[in-house]
Design a protein around this ligand. Structure first.
Ligand SMILES: Nc1ncnc2c1ncn2[C@@H]1O[C@H](COP(=O)(O)OP(=O)(O)OP(=O)(O)O)[C@@H](O)[C@H]1O
Length: 274
């Protein structure tokens, strides 16, 4: 499959909706006919449980297995252990074992590019790979940024931490400089927005003022909604759980924006090729 785009959903701040966005953007893209792999890169394994694999500790094959195989230079079947979800996305699951990887990666050769080496083995089968990052900027997240073509940063208005954003931007800058020169920031997503307050608007204004000239802020903002929180325990997407909810509509709009970015990139590619 040509032109797979790998997107890291990343913010080292906890609880900004990275997992919820990975599920609903990923399934949104699948609903538009795209072949999608979701990668759980968080030892909490929330992406895996959100998609219905509640007992993730008993899964025999996870992202940890795949990273270990690459580190030991073993040639296992790269597709073995990838799960298929009823809403037409594939999942490379995770569980707590991944936390041991932080330490193991530190002493590994080419330690930042282990995940990239693995994903290169499967990416021909997908048009989009979304990586749900953990809330830290440790080795596993560096691996996600090294493997990605671009980053989407979900930000929660109430907790816009200027310092946190600076740190994230610096890390992305360093990854670009040293490991992955083509890494781009696709955009900042205003997430879990409480429309009852003015804070969302002032956060959007602050983000546009500080970053708007260099980074896109998605037009779609995901509203704070009980249904969007509840869906995490249902094993399905917001489109299946509550298709007419404002959150489902917002995620469908975000999906369109992400697809439009992809089309723009393809046009640039073909113009370059001519
Ligand atoms: N639009 C929303 N409205 C209300 N609650 C939401 C919304 N999106 C996500 N949540 C809830 O907010 C919490 C954090 O969301 P989520 O797990 O997606 O964030 P995260 O960034 O992946 O977290 P972590 O940093 O711990 O990995 C969860 O309880 C989730 O159900």
């Amino acid at each position: 499959m040509p032109n797979c785009k790998t997107i890291a959903i990343c913010n080292q701040k906890g609880g900004t909706g990275k997992t919820t966005t990975t599920v609903n953007l990923g399934i949104g893209l699948a609903k538009q006919g795209k072949k999608v792999l979701l990668v759980d890169a968080d030892p909490q394994g929330d992406l895996t449980t959100c998609l219905g694999w509640k007992d993730n500790d008993s899964l025999p094959t996870t992202i940890t297995t795949k990273l270990s195989e690459i580190m030991r230079e073993e040639n296992g079947n790269p597709h073995f252990g990838i799960l298929h979800h009823e809403e037409n996305v594939d999942l490379l699951p995770a569980n707590l074992e991944l936390s041991a990887m932080e330490m193991m990666l530190v002493t590994t050769m080419s330690r930042e590019t282990v995940l990239r080496t693995y994903l290169n083995k499967v990416k021909n089968d997908y048009e989009y790979i979304l990586i749900d990052c953990m809330p830290s900027l440790g080795m596993v997240t560096l691996n996600a940024l090294a493997a990605a073509d671009s980053v989407i940063i979900p930000v929660q208005a109430q907790y816009l931490p200027a310092k946190g954003m600076t740190q994230l931007m610096q890390t992305i800058g360093k990854v670009k400089q040293h490991i992955n020169p083509n890494l781009k920031i696709d955009g900042i997503l205003l997430n879990i927005v409480d429309n009852r307050t003015n804070l969302a608007k002032s956060t959007a204004d602050a983000l546009r003022k500080n970053y708007g000239s260099v980074i896109k802020i998605y037009h779609s903002a995901i509203p704070m909604a009980v249904k969007a929180a509840e869906v995490a325990s249902k094993g399905v997407s917001i489109y299946k759980y509550e298709p007419n909810s404002p959150a489902a509509k917002a995620y469908a709009e975000l999906t369109k924006e992400v697809l439009a970015d992809g089309r723009k990139k393809e046009r640039l590619h073909s113009a370059d090729a001519r």
